[in-house]
Design a protein around this ligand. Structure first.
Ligand SMILES: Nc1ncnc2c1ncn2[C@@H]1O[C@H](COP(=O)(O)OP(=O)(O)OP(=O)(O)O)[C@@H](O)[C@H]1O
Ligand SMILES: [Mg+2]
Length: 263
């Protein structure tokens, strides 16, 4: 599809494991339009995080392409890569592990504003307060250390940090998997609200179709390093065609049946 914000094709990656080559990704392709959410769903080890790491340039692909905003994402270097990093942000499952736990919330939000030159020093406290407010947190939280706040608050801070550089795409790798069910629903609602207001696209990685149902426009199902099914979210959840899709739906009892969803 031309005009996609992100267009990925033929992504392949092999790792060495126990002296043997192991295929983690085998020809993965998908696209995401501006303002759209694509969920990447699949069992543990199916390759979801490897896709994310390749897009974030934390891992090098063996083959394949990724065009983001008209640029060859996998070939970018230096300042061009830094510029794209502002537009393509990432939120991980466990922000405590991703951040220095002793850093203050304010410091975590100051970093991207400073590094990417988004706001002058004098304006940053106000910008930080505004970011906290956007994710439903009090401005006073800026003075607290990361380890002093709750898991849900930390995930909101991670989202605020991703928002700081005004991204057009956020890759979220299991962003709500570590949270209890009520906090999970709050965070999903926040993500939906942010998308509605700012038109941000999401690549939402999860093994949980229940969470995916609340946020995804389209779903791509992965298994064994391949995309085995891809389609409109409701269609995939109501009538999955792949064995993996059927197994995932069967393992998610809270999904509504096709008839309940008809209205
Ligand atoms: N750096 C690495 N070296 C060797 N093997 C790796 C490496 N990274 C990932 N793998 C392997 O590649 C496969 C895919 O891993 P990946 O983390 O992408 O799966 P996933 O779908 O994100 O799983 P989960 O749902 O458990 O997070 C796994 O078998 C994993 O062990
Ligand atoms: Mg993973």
């Amino acid at each position: 599809m031309s005009g996609a914000l992100l267009e990925v094709g033929g992504l392949s990656k092999r790792f060495m494991r126990g002296g043997k080559r192991f295929t983690a990704l085998d020809g993965v392709g998908f696209s995401i339009a501006a303002g759209e959410t694509l969920a990447l769903v699949g069992p543990s080890g199916s390759g979801k995080s490897t896709v994310a790491r390749i897009l974030l340039r934390l891992v090098e692909a063996d083959a394949g392409s990724a065009r983001f905003d008209g640029q060859d994402l996998l070939a970018l270097r230096g300042s061009a890569l830094r510029a794209v990093r502002a537009k393509l942000q990432m939120v991980f499952q466990d922000p405590q592990a991703a951040f220095n736990p002793r850093a203050t919330v304010g410091r975590l939000l100051d970093d991207p504003l400073r590094i990417h030159g988004i706001v002058e020093r004098a304006g940053r406290p106000k910008a930080i307060a505004a970011l906290l407010e956007r994710v439903g947190l009090a401005a006073e939280l800026a003075g607290r250390a990361v380890h002093e706040i709750s898991g849900g608050q930390r995930q909101r801070v991670a989202i605020a940090r991703a928002l700081a550089t005004r991204p057009s795409l956020i890759v979220l790798d299991e962003p709500v998997s570590a949270l209890d069910v009520l906090v999970r629903a709050d965070i999903l609602r926040l993500l939906v609200d942010l998308q509605r207001d700012d038109g941000i696209a999401y690549l939402f990685i999860s093994h949980d179709l229940g969470a995916v149902r609340a946020i995804a426009h389209r779903i791509a199902i992965m298994d064994g390093g391949k995309i085995v099914e891809q389609g409109e979210a409701r269609a995939v959840i109501e009538s999955p065609v792949s064995a993996t899709g059927r197994a995932l739906v069967a393992a998610t009892p809270e999904l509504p049946r096709a008839t309940e969803n008809a209205s």
